[in-house]
Design a protein around this ligand. Structure first.
Ligand SMILES: [Zn+2]
Length: 434
C-alpha cells in the first residue's frame, strides 16, 4: 500500500471537505476539471480525437455498454477486455479476489441487469480511494485502532490493501449464510459495520433475538436502497443513526455527513443532472470522476434515480445534498394513461409507499411489473394476509386513480426469498420470461 499517498489524500480530503471556504474549494475543483480534460485527451486513445474541446461537458456521454464496447481504447494502460474478463471471472470463481495485471487490480461489477462490467484501478488510485473513504467516513483519527466489518458479495483487493496495524478490515463473504458467520462477527465485534440494508436487517433481527451481541459505533448501509421503514427499524435496534455509502463500481459517489445527510463527493465527482421529474428533484446522474486514470469514467450515465435536496445542510457542506437514492432507472414502472393511452411513469418510491403504508405487519415484500397491465405483489407476513392484500390493493387503486392510469391486474403471491448473494430489489420491472 502506498501509505504516504493514502495519508496525503486523507489529509487533503479532510481539508477540502471541512476547512476550506466555499470559493477556494470550488476554484480547486474548477482547476482540477480543466487539468483532467487536458490529461484525458492526451492519454486515452478513445478521447484523443477531442483535443479541440474546451469543456468536459462537450465530450460524448457514456454508459456501461459504451464503456465495455470501447474498453480497450478508453483505458490508458493498454489493457485488453478479453484478458481482463478472463482474469476477473477466474478470481470470482475461486473467490480469492486478487486478480492483478502488473499493479492494476481487475474486478467485475455485480450488475443486476445481466451485463457485467469490468473495473480496473492501479495502486495509486487504490491509495487515493482509501484516503478519501477514510477521511469521509471514519469519525476517529486514522491513528487510533479501529475494526471494520464489511459484508460484500465479492471481495476486492482494495479492502485487503487497506489493512494496517491500526485499521483492520474483516471481509464477510455474503455467499456464506449469515447464521454461519454470527460467531465470527460477535468475536470480531467491529467498531464499524458496513453492509447492504437487507443484511443489516438480518443482523438486527439476530440482535433482537439475542443470538448476537455486537457494539458497533457507526453503521453504514451500502449497495442497496435503504428505505425509510428499514432505516427506522435499524435505528431503533442499533440505537443510532444509520449512515449511507453510495459506492459503486463507477466510483465512491456520496456519503452521509455528521448530520446524517447524503452529499455527493463533489471534490472530484462532477455530477450533471438529467431530470426525470424536476419539481420533485428526481434525476439521473451523469458522473465524471476526476481522479480515475487507469479506466476513465467520463460523463458516465448511471442507471440510478437520485432525489436532490436544495436546502442547505446544517453541516455546512456546499456539496450537492441528496434526499434519497431511490432505485434504478430500470425499475420505474410504466402504465397507460386512462384517456390519452400515453405512458405514465411511476417511481419506485410511490410503489414502496403503497405497500408499506398498507399494514405494519408486512415483514418483506416485492412488487414486480411484467407489463403495463400486469403487476405482482409478493408478501411475507404472519398476520392476516387477506386483510393486508385488500389494504395494498386499495392503496394501489388510489395511486392509479390519482395518476389517471388504466388499472393493471394485481396478482398477490407468497414472498419468494432471494439467495443472500443476490441484490435485494423490492421494486422491479421485468419482462416475462426473464
Ligand atoms: Zn451535511
Amino acid at each position: 500500500m502506498r501509505i504516504f499517498q493514502l495519508l496525503y489524500h486523507y489529509l487533503r480530503t479532510l481539508l477540502e471537505t471541512n476547512l476550506l471556504p466555499k470559493n477556494i474549494a470550488q476554484y480547486i475543483v474548477k482547476r482540477r476539471k480543466e487539468k483532467y480534460l487536458k490529461w484525458l485527451v492526451h492519454n486515452s486513445p478513445y478521447y484523443s480525437k477531442y483535443k479541440e474541446i474546451k469543456r468536459l461537458e462537450d465530450l460524448p456521454m457514456g454508459n456501461k455498454s459504451m464503456l465495455m464496447d470501447n474498453f480497450d481504447k478508453i483505458n490508458t494502460k493498454g489493457l485488453k477486455k478479453e484478458n481482463c474478463f478472463d482474469l476477473a471471472l477466474k478470481s470470482e470463481n475461486d473467490r480469492n479476489f486478487s486478480s492483478m495485471i502488473g499493479d492494476i487490480s481487475v474486478g467485475l461489477s455485480s450488475g443486476t441487469s445481466g451485463n457485467r462490467g469490468l473495473f480496473c484501478a492501479n495502486s495509486s488510485e487504490r491509495a487515493l480511494w482509501a484516503g478519501i473513504i477514510l477521511a469521509k467516513v471514519l469519525p476517529r483519527s486514522i491513528l487510533s485502532k479501529q475494526k471494520i466489518a464489511l459484508f460484500l458479495r465479492a471481495n476486492n483487493n482494495l479492502y485487503d490493501r487497506l489493512n494496517s496495524n491500526k485499521i483492520i478490515f474483516c471481509f464477510f463473504d455474503m455467499i456464506i449464510p449469515l447464521k454461519e458467520q454470527i460467531n465470527s462477527l460477535e468475536s470480531y465485534n467491529p467498531d464499524y459495520l458496513v453492509a447492504p440494508a437487507s443484511v443489516l436487517c438480518q443482523i438486527a433481527k439476530c440482535i433482537e433475538s439475542k443470538s448476537l451481541k455486537i457494539t458497533p459505533t457507526k453503521i453504514f448501509s451500502a449497495a442497496e436502497v435503504l428505505d425509510k421503514a428499514d432505516e427506522a427499524y435499524l435505528e431503533r435496534v442499533f440505537n443510532q443513526k444509520i449512515h449511507q455509502l453510495y459506492q459503486c463500481t463507477e466510483g465512491f459517489l456520496a456519503s452521509t455527513c455528521s448530520h446524517g445527510n447524503l452529499h455527493i463527493n463533489e471534490e472530484y465527482i462532477i455530477v450533471e443532472k438529467e431530470y426525470l421529474d424536476k419539481k420533485n428533484g428526481r434525476f439521473i446522474p451523469i458522473i465524471t470522476d476526476l481522479f480515475r486514470k487507469t479506466q476513465p469514467i467520463v460523463r458516465y450515465r448511471l442507471n440510478d434515480i437520485l432525489v436532490e435536496n436544495t436546502d442547505s445542510c446544517p453541516c455546512g457542506s456546499h456539496h450537492l445534498r441528496l434526499n434519497a437514492i431511490e432505485g434504478r432507472e430500470d425499475d420505474i414502472f410504466f402504465f397507460k394513461h386512462i384517456e390519452s393511452n400515453e405512458e405514465v411513469a411511476v417511481y419506485p418510491d410511490f410503489l414502496r409507499r403503497a405497500v408499506i403504508s398498507a399494514n405494519d405487519e408486512i415483514d418483506e415484500y416485492r412488487v414486480i411489473q411484467y407489463s403495463a397491465k400486469e403487476i405482482e405483489v409478493q408478501i411475507l407476513s404472519n398476520s392476516n394476509i387477506s386483510e393486508i392484500t385488500n389494504s395494498i390493493r386499495s392503496n394501489f387503486d388510489a395511486l392509479f386513480e390519482k395518476l389517471n392510469i388504466q388499472k393493471p391486474t394485481i396478482e398477490f403471491k407468497q414472498y419468494k426469498a432471494l439467495d443472500i448473494t443476490q441484490k435485494r430489489k423490492r421494486i422491479e420491472r421485468v419482462h416475462k420470461g426473464n
